[in-house]
Design a binder for this molecule. Structure first.
Ligand code: PMP
Length: 403
């Protein structure tokens, strides 16, 4: 028998399967609302002007080379990323109790955190609680790292808003000291975020139960267009005295997707545990990737450290988040105008890259097979895939299958 004959077939990845189907469809009417990547009003990927400028500067720099970064990553990036996520006035940074390691984008930050937590979590049998639903990779990452994964209620499937009572009850009823994965903003796949007062309630229950927060922050600046507002929850928890981990991605907010640029931040109780924590995070990272990717890190650091480029970056994030918001409203307005059965306000009220439309699996399949419109089976659309050229067609198609 073949050495690998007992290897079971892994379940297919929904998103990857969808992009294969979409790529194979050459119908001119096709609309890809699957992939979570920003598109401009012509449906094209957008290289941010500040990224072009940073690339030009790197290309013109005679000192530029392709040497390895250090194990912790590019200090110019990790320092700037810390300030971006925790705020320039963060007491935790001033007290030198934060360690930041550069990672392979947000996914790598999740994985390093998952392995680290599995080795050092207290109690040792703590489970990891993820929202129902969540980014498909969360379960896979935390189970691969050896955790038991459980779910807490999050989406109210009737209103397509937050089930705050269910969420608080599940966190309250969990044993003390569990690890809780929270989306810092722009929840994937639902686009449903807690309000500031709901975050305070979540923090209250987590403190009462001694749960450990792990924030996944893949969309800072992409939700509201304001990097500080999108970091509200993280900063609230730090202010409340929680120790926590934060996975940060520059894929979406800087459009660096394939350059794999991100960081993992560990906010510790006090400066004296930082050497222990940093040594273990460095060791784990060394064992898996040795050193992080240099090119995207140099681009991101250039943008974050140059005051003029930084300001220009904020404007681009505002532009992306505004275009997405405009498309949400446009889709809602068209469905209302068509008299499409059901309520569509949730499309407008949700935030970030995605909308959880509430379309059923059957409707999703019909949209794909008869209308060349691609979205994930759970009815999630990437709102960035909508534009002024396809919005009427998308609304009409949804209207047809809902009737
Ligand atoms: N977490 C969440 C919730 C995400 O939506 C994503 C992007 N799809 C990621 C992490 C990681 O993305 P990346 O590895 O490209 O930074």
């Amino acid at each position: 028998a073949a050495y690998f004959s007992d290897v079971p077939q892994a379940p297919p990845d929904g998103i990857l399967k969808l992009s294969v189907l979409s790529r194979a469809d050459s119908d001119p009417a096709k609309v890809d609302l699957g992939v979570g990547a920003y598109r401009d009003d012509h449906g094209k990927p957008w290289v941010l002007p500040v990224v072009r400028e940073a690339e030009a500067r790197l290309a013109a720099d005679p000192a530029f080379n392709h040497e390895y970064l250090g194990v912790g990553g590019l200090p110019a990036l990790t320092d700037a990323a810390q300030l971006l996520i925790l705020g320039s006035d963060s007491p935790a940074i001033a007290q030198r109790r934060v360690y930041t390691i550069q990672t392979i984008s947000g996914t790598g930050a999740n994985m390093v955190a998952a392995v680290f937590l599995n080795q050092f979590k207290r109690p040792a049998d703590a489970a990891v609680y993820i929202s129902k639903p969540t980014w498909g990779n969360h379960r896979s990452i935390f189970e691969t790292a050896g955790h038991v994964v459980r779910e807490y209620r999050y989406c109210n499937y009737d209103t397509l808003g937050l089930d705050i009572e269910g969420m608080l009850a599940d966190l309250r009823n969990a044993p003390n000291g569990q690890i809780v994965v929270l989306h810092a903003c722009a929840h994937n796949p639902t686009g449903i975020d807690p309000t500031e007062s709901q975050w305070q309630q979540i923090a209250d229950v987590m403190a009462e139960r001694g749960h450990f927060p792990f924030f996944d922050c893949a969309y800072q600046g992409f939700a509201t267009g304001d990097v500080d507002r999108d970091a509200y929850a993280i900063r609230l928890f730090v202010e409340r005295g929680f120790e926590l981990l934060v996975a940060e991605s520059f894929a979406k907010n800087m459009g660096l997707y394939g350059e794999r640029t991100g960081c993992l931040h560990a906010v510790c109780k006090s400066a004296d545990v930082v050497p222990q924590v940093s040594s273990q995070l460095n060791r784990l990272s060394r064992a898996t990737i040795s050193t992080a990717s240099a090119y995207g890190a140099k681009i991101a650091a250039t943008v974050l450290q140059d005051p003029a480029l930084y300001q220009q970056w904020l404007v681009s994030m505002l532009e992306m988040s505004r275009r997405i918001k405009t498309m949400r409203d446009a889709l809602r307005d068209r469905l209302v105008a068509l008299g499409t059965p059901g309520s569509w306000d949730h499309v407008s009220n949700q935030i970030g890259m995605f909308s959880f439309t509430g379309l059923s699996r059957t409707q999703v399949a019909a949209l794909r097979d008869q209308y060349h419109l691609y979205m994930t089976d759970d009815g999630r659309i990437s709102v960035a895939g909508l534009n002024s050229h396809n919005i009427d067609y998308v609304a009409k198609s949804i209207d047809d299958v809902v009737r």
